[in-house]
Design a binder for this molecule. Structure first.
Ligand SMILES: [Zn+2]
Length: 246
């Protein structure tokens, strides 16, 4: 099997994927020096609720779980960086955010940002607008993750503007909150988005742009180039260490 085939097969079996990644984590450790980390997840099925809790507890032993607002304050030098700090987010629009993620976050008192693909709302397996309003009312923060989850690099100029602007407007209209944070689908600058998209996001009035590059961040780094570490809750901590490390 070629590497791509193996990778997509492993993605469908996250526990196996975690075991494959884990040996590389032997030579890495969870962060102990000062740095801002942005671990993020997608769907968290009920069977993984305890695993998500375990990940978040492992982070919290090392440093605080902070909100997106506080993370941007750290980058801007308005809030001290006290050591490793962790800012959680979740992408797309999964129903499990309501049923699995929010209860774990509530139990731990952890803030989080939900990057919503507005066109997924109301689709099977995804949240309704009322679910989103309930999460916003519970104090969770919402950002935009486009309307239809395209690879922006493949979209023409008009389509890119629609994806970036219409999702913002619809989430704002539906939730009655300002949406100022954007996460690019897939998120790799080499293949998934370009300078035009960064410019469009800035012109649309967003204050932050999240990628899926993985390096930790520090005061002075740009909020228009947030680096996040994609994780699956089924992964053992050894596998998490391949993504979140000093
Ligand atoms: Zn996504």
């Amino acid at each position: 099997m070629n590497e791509l085939g193996l990778r997509s097969k492993l993605r469908a079996r996250p526990r196996a994927q975690g075991r494959v990644l884990a040996p590389a984590g032997l030579f890495k450790r969870l962060p102990t020096s000062a740095g801002l980390y942005f671990p993020f997840y997608h769907d968290v099925l009920g069977e993984y609720a305890g695993d998500l809790r375990r990940h978040l507890l492992a982070f919290r032993r090392l440093g605080p779980l902070i909100s997106w607002d506080t993370a941007l304050d750290v980058l801007a030098g308005r809030h001290p960086m006290t050591g490793p700090m962790f800012c959680l987010s979740f992408d797309d629009g999964h129903l499990s955010w309501r049923d699995v993620v929010a209860p774990v976050l509530r139990e731990l008192g952890a803030p989080a940002t939900f990057f919503l693909t507005s066109g997924l709302v109301g689709q099977p397996g995804n949240l309704t607008w009322q679910d989103c309003r309930d999460l916003a009312a519970a104090g969770y923060h919402f950002g935009s993750h486009t309307v239809t989850h395209p690879r922006l690099a493949d979209a023409d100029d008009d389509a890119a503007v629609r994806e970036i602007l219409d999702s913002k407007k619809e989430i704002e209209d539906q939730l009655g909150v300002e949406v100022r944070d954007f996460a690019a689908p897939y998120g790799n600058p080499a293949v998934d988005f370009g300078d035009r998209d960064l410019r469009t996001v800035r012109e649309a009035g967003y204050r932050s742009f999240a990628t899926t590059l993985r390096e930790p961040m520090h005061p002075g780094d740009s909020p228009m180039w947030i680096q996040r570490q994609g994780l699956h809750p089924a992964w053992p901590i050894w596998a998490v260490r391949t993504r979140v490390h000093d």
